[in-house]
Design a protein around this ligand. Structure first.
Ligand code: UD1
Length: 403
């Protein structure tokens, strides 16, 4: 089976299209709800968005309505990444303040402080942030934490700023390097993306381009975890081992055999996963998005594993659902102690978010009897066809609408 382009990159590339007028073509874009919603947001601003298969075209006009309304930001908090490009190109933006979500409290203080350092000013009223800037001016911004979203907003704002911007302690995720490659193809001058210091020389203007979205490492991890749960051998075509090194080390320790193929990875698993300890960290550490998948593997592990979640405060909420399926887990604060059990038992459960939803699906693959996953629409936000792909690998899984 073949993975799609990364959701977490495609959404940012779509936002970055606001930086120039003309026709953009993005290839490898997954057909998922989050991409549709980002498309709706851009259409409300005046962009014409069209997707056929995995090809997305965006026709961006000379002027847009620089506003992200509550209804769309509330649905998808990643909408906040339009702030940087809107300020960078149009000097004005009105964006609904994103609330918290299933991962807990999710502030955007680093986005705003960084943009202020580039010269933007913000006021907040009636649930909206209004940003203004004549022309942003490059400076050195030191992020207190390598936030993915803050790095992206700053990068997109700085590309049209006057002079040089340096982002220190930048996030290093492959999706950031993909965004920088896209901006450079547009005529930007971004260096160092993928490292913790990104340097941006502001340019006067950018132009629309074509681009292929980097493959989705989290989707790849989902199918690898499914093999770890159910056993067997699967080729995950498109997976880039260099984007998931720490994860491959951990899965190796858990007993999975992973080797490169011509165009991805071949994953083989026999027997129960070995229990290990894992801690999530910003890239290149083990990503927080892999965490529910790893906890699910450990739920059927051969002894005890401890998972420490260092990135998001509230990302263990799905564990109660796994426990309804017979998992033996004690979660407190940032730590979960997982005592592997011999088998899980199918039960009705609820998907609280995209990745936890996918983890419950792979738990259901090996659970005894039927597992019915409610709120499955969360899974559709991030996976083009999880059910079809798992079914093609021999799983008994079907989709009957979102309950
Ligand atoms: C992105 C990904 C998400 C992934 C996460 C971490 C998208 C659409 N989402 O989310 O799937 O799990 O990176 O790899 O790409 N923080 C602050 N203040 C800020 C910004 C962040 O305190 O201004 C905190 C957050 O609350 C969190 C941590 O920093 O605890 C990491 O957040 P961040 O890296 O910004 O994640 P997102 O960009 O929101």
């Amino acid at each position: 089976m073949r993975i799609s382009g990364a959701k977490n990159s495609a959404l940012k590339l779509m936002a970055a299209s606001l930086l120039a007028s003309g026709r953009f073509t993005l290839r490898g874009v997954p057909r998922i709800a989050d991409v549709r919603w980002m498309g709706e947001l851009l259409e409300q601003m005046g962009v014409t968005v069209f997707q056929e298969g995995d090809v997305l075209t965006l026709d961006v006009p000379e002027r847009v309505t620089p506003e992200a309304p509550y209804e769309l930001v509330e649905r998808m908090r990643a909408s906040i990444v339009v702030l940087g490009p809107l300020l960078g190109r149009f000097g004005t933006a009105r964006v609904s303040v994103p609330g918290g979500d299933d991962f807990g409290h999710r502030p955007i203080d680093m986005h705003l402080r960084g943009l202020e350092e580039l010269g933007a000013t913000f006021t907040t009223s009636h649930g909206y942030i209004e940003g203004r800037a004549d022309r942003l001016v490059g400076t050195t911004v030191l992020l207190p934490y390598p936030s993915v979203g803050a790095t992206e907003n700053l990068l997109m704002a700085a590309v049209l700023a006057r002079g040089t911007t340096v982002i220190e302690n930048a996030a290093r995720e492959p999706e950031i390097a993909d965004l920088a490659a896209f901006l450079n193809a547009m005529g930007g001058q971004v260096g160092g993306a993928g490292s913790s210091t990104i340097t941006i020389e502001g340019v006067e203007g950018l132009e629309a381009v074509e681009h292929i979205v980097v493959p989705d490492r989290i989707e790849a991890a989902t199918y690898m975890a499914a093999v770890g749960m159910a056993g067997g051998e699967v080729e995950v075509a498109g997976a880039r081992p260099e984007h998931m090194e720490m994860l491959l080390v951990k899965l190796g320790e858990m007993g999975l055999h992973i080797s490169p193929s011509t165009d991805g990875l071949v994953v083989t698993a026999l027997g129960r996963p070995r229990s290990v300890d894992v801690a999530t960290l910003p890239y290149p550490g083990v990503a927080t998005d892999y965490q529910p998948l790893l906890v699910t593997l450990l739920a059927v592990g051969d002894s005890v594993g401890i998972v420490t979640e260092n990135v998001f405060g509230g990302r263990f909420r799905y564990i109660d659902e796994l426990m309804r399926m017979g998992a033996d887990i004690r979660a407190e604060g940032h730590h979960a102690v997982i005592r592997g059990v011999g088998s899980l038992s199918g039960a009705p459960v609820r998907a609280p978010d995209i990745r936890a939803g996918a983890a419950l699906v792979i738990a259901g693959l090996v659970a005894d009897g039927e597992t019915l996953i409610g709120n499955a629409h969360h899974v559709e936000r991030g996976y083009q066809d999880l059910v079809g792909n798992l079914a093609s690998l021999g799983a008994e899984v079907s989709y009957s609408g979102s309950g």
